[in-house]
Design a protein around this ligand. Structure first.
Ligand code: PMP
Length: 417
């Protein structure tokens, strides 16, 4: 029995899907202890958009470590944090004409979501939050309260009140106007819906099945929020940092959320770091009101600054991601045409192959693993194979992974025919 089986909690999950002991990783590849290579189309669930051990980021980190730079500093001011804030302002906020205060809420996606929900309730004095079907926002209680999955919600062990789910774009098969029910609930004082403080939304639901909200739907939501004075929180934890093309996934809709949650790839090297971006007049926190020991991961500041300078100084990277996304999309569409009961959806470099038979994606993932490709499933029934290669993957690497995926899909569909 391995030490993992013997000692590690039953809660472990990814290691069950990919039963290897991993050792090294470079760029788009990871290697297990036997030396077998795997092309990584999972990218740390979106935490490794710039690939594994990216040499530019590694150099910056090594230099910082060898100069005995501060590693941990709660929220004390450090040179590394100053560099990060200045660079983030110069390369991300200012060019997009976004005016946000930056909160460091603790290093995880759930931390930023918790802080956003707390702040929205504090600012408005209202308790209710609107979430969406199939949403995923993290595993802490506040984040779970706006998450869709019944199994994950049940893990809370307590009621998850003060939230109301609404249909995400496409949940009702895309027929009819976008928000008739929500609009009616908000406008009719007999509806029974307490006036919400905030709406929290993902522009593409990564865990929920690669469900893509149309730009028009997002605009409609932003407009609704403005008319009813409800704060709009965009959870860009998985789709931010270029996953869909632009730095922020909401840019394509031309909307400006009141609060933005960022985590995962903002730390650039797989280093834990999260940001909550706050419209300045909403920044009503008292000092220390949302605290945490690990809000000053200076190694993450260093890697994040290096990544912003390397990839976000102009829009070449965004164009490259969009071109690669089109390429993946075309290949998946071609594959889907040959495999009955499948379809394709996604945006940029997050693309999903959707199966009518929800038993198949898990088998495809297992076949892909055997052939040297890491991909995961998503969706309420695991009905989608989700592709999230590093944004830095080359076209050849993309083709190699797509080739393995096609073989894996065909072997599963032949076996079940
Ligand atoms: N929000 C979204 C949209 C996510 O995809 C995730 C993680 N998959 C989270 C929040 C939670 O992030 P973390 O696991 O770092 O708490």
């Amino acid at each position: 029995m391995s030490i993992f089986d013997k000692l590690e909690s039953e809660v472990r999950s990814y290691c069950r899907v990919w039963p290897a002991v991993f050792d090294r990783a470079v760029g788009s590849f990871v290697y297990d202890e036997t030396g077998k290579s795997y092309l990584d189309f999972f990218s740390g669930a979106g935490a490794l958009n710039y690939g594994h051990n990216n040499p530019v980021l590694k150099r910056a980190l090594i230099d910082y470590l060898t100069s005995d730079g501060i590693a941990h500093a709660l929220d004390m001011s450090t040179m590394a944090k100053r560099d990060f804030l200045e660079t983030f302002h110069e390369l991300v906020l200012a060019p997009r004409m976004l005016d946000y205060k930056v909160q460091f809420p603790g290093p995880t996606g759930a931390n930023t979501v918790e802080s956003a929900l707390k702040l929205a309730r504090k600012v408005t004095g209202r308790q209710q939050v609107i979430s969406f079907t199939n949403a995923f926002h993290g595993m802490t209680l506040g984040a779970l309260s706006v998450t869709g999955s019944a199994a994950k919600r049940a893990s809370a062990g307590v009621p998850l009140p003060h939230t109301t789910p609404m249909p995400y774009d496409g949940f009702l098969n895309g027929t009819g106007p976008d928000f008739p029910f929500l609009e009616q609930l908000l406008s009719d004082s007999g509806s029974g819906l307490d006036r919400p403080s905030a709406v929290v939304v993902e522009t593409v639901q990564g865990e929920g099945g690669v469900n893509v909200a149309r730009a028009g739907w997002l605009c409609g939501l932003a407009d609704l929020c403005q008319r009813y004075e409800i704060l709009l929180i965009v959870d860009d934890v998985q789709m931010g940092c270029g996953r869909t093309g632009p730095f922020f996934s909401f840019e394509i809709a031309g909307i400006t959320p009141d609060i933005v949650c960022l985590a995962k790839s903002i730390g650039a090297y797989g280093l834990p770091m999260a940001l909550t971006l706050i419209r300045p007049d909403l920044d009503v926190w008292s000092p220390g009101e949302h605290n945490g020991t690990f809000r000053g991961n200076n190694l993450a500041f260093v890697a994040a600054t290096a990544a912003l300078r390397e990839y976000w100084s102009d829009n070449a990277f965004e164009r490259d991601v969009l071109a690669k996304g089109e390429h993946v999309r075309d290949a998946l569409t071609t594959l889907s045409c040959t495999v009955p009961g499948t379809s394709v959806r996604g945006r940029g470099l997050v693309q999903g192959l959707v199966f009518a038979d929800p038993s198949q994606p898990d088998e495809v993932v297992a076949e892909a693993f055997n052939r040297g490709l890491l991909v995961e499933t998503s969706g309420s029934q695991n009905q989608v194979v989700k592709l999230m290669p590093p944004l830095t993957a080359t076209m050849e690497e993309l083709d190699q992974g797509l080739g393995i995926l096609a073989e894996s899909v065909r072997s599963v569909s032949v076996a079940s025919a």
